[in-house]
Design a protein around this ligand. Structure first.
Ligand SMILES: Nc1nc2c(ncn2[C@@H]2O[C@H](COP(=O)(O)OP(=O)(O)OP(=O)(O)O)[C@@H](O)[C@H]2O)c(=O)[nH]1
Ligand SMILES: [Mg+2]
Length: 329
């Protein structure tokens, strides 16, 4: 992994040349002849990001127990002996109440339309309901090969699983794979089922890449993960993290200046917490994670800023959307 970012200039601290940076690098042996894209879609909290991380054998996507954790299409690249799979981790499909959420559902929709193979994830620990029926209609819009992944089997009895399998079989799905993404149980089978659907073709991205997103975006995401894990009620939905500045102070020390956006003053107070304990604990967790992730010491300056109703603010949303852009293929 390299850290070539310059100190930030824009709202997100993204310099003009940042779109040339693909900083996540992995060492890969010869990559086989197959290639294609796979969209991981489903309702919020189904375990899409957990599964993608397991398949990539790296923590690329952030994960939390709060729904709507993923807000953009996240590209994860797996290059191995059989070929290259480009995964699209997507926001969970839900009824959108804000402009941000409409963007999220649109991002999932676009990934679904773009992908060569669709992987529909279902959380089997939740009773089947209207949301699952909606997802079925949703994936029915595309003609690409589809795989149903029944996730979180560690939380249910086998006898409760069988009717779920039968239900999806009845709907015409040939491939239904029960897994526990959390325990990495059954995930390899997902890959085994994907490969035969992919054609021979050149690798889509440089096989050394794990992802295509700017490192600053991935860092902001990791900070946001810590906020999600340490907040509750409506707060996880109403925060965003922006990188305001990024400075390589010396070899082995990076200073990162980040803001946590909240929608209201009251939310800001909650994030900061009594005597600053909330923000301190978020900052400590984030710093430890970033030091391990970036492989160097990190000075993390975290501030909380109120941006009233930012989830409806197209300018802010467009700045946030600029971060995880995709490289032209
Ligand atoms: N018990 C159990 N928990 C799981 C499993 N897979 C994921 N989880 C948990 O489910 C929660 C949601 O996981 P995510 O991977 O963030 O789910 P997601 O589908 O990406 O969610 P959104 O991004 O909000 O759409 C987290 O707390 C995970 O640890 C599983 O197989 N078993
Ligand atoms: Mg997710």
């Amino acid at each position: 992994m390299t850290h070539k970012d310059e100190p930030g200039v824009g709202f997100l601290g993204l310099g003009p040349d940042d779109d040339q940076e693909h900083l996540q690098q992995v060492t890969v042996p010869d990559v086989g002849p197959k290639s294609g894209t796979v969209a991981l879609v489903g309702r919020p909290n189904a375990g899409k990001s957990t599964l993608m991380n397991q398949l990539l054998k790296e923590k690329l996507a952030i994960v939390s127990d709060k729904p709507q954790t993923t807000r953009h299409r996240l590209v994860g690249i797996l290059s191995e002996a059989q070929g290259q799979i480009v995964f699209y981790d997507t926001p969970g499909v839900h009824r959108p109440q804000h402009q941000m959420n409409r963007n999220m559902v649109k991002a999932a929709q676009e990934a679904l339309n773009d992908a060569d193979v669709v992987c529909l994830l279902v959380d089997v620990s939740q009773k089947p309901g209207g949301g699952d029926a909606f997802m079925l209609e949703w994936v029915a819009q595309v003609t690409s090969p589809k795989i149903v992944v029944l996730n979180k089997v560690d939380l249910v009895d086998k006898k409760d699983l069988l009717p779920r399998i039968a239900m999806y079989a009845e709907k015409g799905f040939d491939t239904i794979i029960p897994i526990s993404a959390l325990r990495n149980d059954g995930c390899e089978r997902v890959l085994e089922e994907i490969w035969p659907h992919l054609s021979d073709g050149e690798a889509i991205y440089d096989p050394e890449l794990l992802s295509i997103h700017p490192e600053r975006f991935l860092v902001a995401e990791r900070i946001r993960e810590k906020v999600l894990l340490q907040t509750r009620d409506e707060l996880p939905f109403s925060i965003a993290v922006v990188i305001e500045g990024w400075e390589e102070r010396s070899a082995g020390l990076i200073a990162i200046y980040a803001s946590i956006l909240t929608e209201r003053d009251g939310q800001k107070k909650i994030v900061i917490g009594a005597k600053g304990r909330g923000i301190k604990s978020i900052g400590t967790a984030a710093r430890h994670d970033l030091e391990a992730y970036l492989g160097c010491r990190v000075f993390l300056d975290l501030k909380v800023r109120v941006e009233k109703d930012w989830r409806e603010n197209r300018r802010i949303l467009s700045d946030l959307d600029r971060a995880p852009y995709e490289v032209e293929r």
